[in-house]
Design a protein around this ligand. Structure first.
Ligand code: ATP
Length: 319
């Protein structure tokens, strides 16, 4: 292959820029031309495509967001939209495509691969909800943002002797809530993978109060329900002064951590290697600190699961 393309799709994640940079520089290192596609699959359909050079990815490794922008594209879900995308890729002489995004973006990449256009997926999403990789790009940065926020909330929670419900991102996956809960010593962690047991949450709060605890933090993944509703429920059931903070999109932004920059650089470069080796329909990942690749179709059929031992530990430590 002499000419490749790269796009970012779905929700942006800190570290996507480092992945773009790695793809671009690795291509140029191998004397392969590299084209950036703006606005995800929508930009692909519209032919919003431009050649990138070494300088075009300078000064972005430390930036959040994505230099190539991201978009959701309903049109690309259709057969016609996918054919338009392939026509554009052919028009620019692009022979293989690297898609940086979440599982939805991988479904799009799989559709193109099935139609004969080779694609490789790079997992970029703060949710850490993709099977076949221990971590996705952006997870570590989002986790650190949450922890910083909760540390601040804890100060005011202690001063006013309040219970705080903190709603974090994670529609289908509780990783952010679970890791943040462990890192911040939360009293309770509520995640979509585990049934919500209000009685247990209240009992744990009461035990803390009896021990003289001045504040309590409950972390709720958005997939479980609204933080505002949950806060009201706690207030009524336990008769405790309770406040809620919905962290929202601050979790998506910010400069990527060293961990995310390194991960993104390794995964982006590996994706180029796979295309140049003639592989297609694969997703790159990291497992036990080794780079791996898996069939996208197989990965999409595996439900992401939380680490049960970590969940158990979080309960043991918040007695
Ligand atoms: P995040 O995890 O941050 O939500 P994502 O990649 O899962 O990221 P989606 O909105 O699900 O985000 O998908 C991104 C884009 O991928 C969609 O807007 C659509 O263009 C394309 N896409 C998703 N599913 C399919 C599909 N089944 N077939 C073709 N394209 C798809």
């Amino acid at each position: 292959m002499k000419r490749l393309g790269v796009l970012t799709s779905g929700g942006d994640a800190p570290g996507m820029n480092a992945a773009i940079r790695a793809v671009v520089r690795k291509c140029i290192y191998h004397n392969v031309e590299i084209f950036g596609i703006r606005n995800g699959y929508q930009g692909l359909i519209e032919g919003n495509i431009e050649q990138m050079d070494v300088g075009s990815v300078g000064d972005i490794i430390q930036r959040g967001g994505t230099k190539l922008y991201s978009a959701r594209s309903e049109e690309f879900r259709t057969e016609e939209g996918q054919q338009k995308g392939i026509s554009q890729l052919k028009r620019f002489g692009i022979e293989g495509l690297i898609v940086i995004g979440g599982d939805g973006s991988f479904r799009g990449a799989q559709k193109l691969t099935e139609k004969g256009f080779p694609c490789i997926g790079v997992p970029g999403t703060i949710d850490n909800d993709i099977a076949g990789t221990d971590f996705t790009i952006g997870f570590d940065t989002a986790l650190n943002t949450i922890i910083e926020a909760i540390d601040k909330i804890r100060d005011t929670a202690t001063s006013h002797e309040r219970t705080y419900v903190v709603e974090v991102m994670g529609r289908n996956a509780g990783d952010l809530a679970l890791w943040a809960g462990l890192a911040d010593g939360a009293e309770s962690i509520l995640i979509p993978e585990k049934p919500d047991d209000m009685e247990e949450v209240i009992a744990r709060l009461q035990r803390g109060i009896e021990r003289g605890k001045k504040h309590s933090i409950i972390i709720l993944a958005e997939g479980v329900g609204s933080g505002i509703d949950y806060c009201e429920k706690i207030q009524q059931a336990a008769n405790l002064e309770t406040r809620v903070t919905v962290l929202g999109h601050i979790q998506r932004g910010g400069s990527p951590t060293a961990q995310d920059r390194v991960l993104a650089s390794r995964l982006g470069a590996k994706a180029v290697d796979l295309l140049l080796e003639g592989k297609a329909g694969r997703m790159v990942g990291i497992q036990n600190n080794k780079l791996v690749d898996h069939d996208i179709n197989e990965i999409l059929n595996v439900q992401h699961s939380i680490d049960e031992d970590m969940y158990k530990l979080s309960k043991e430590l918040s007695i």
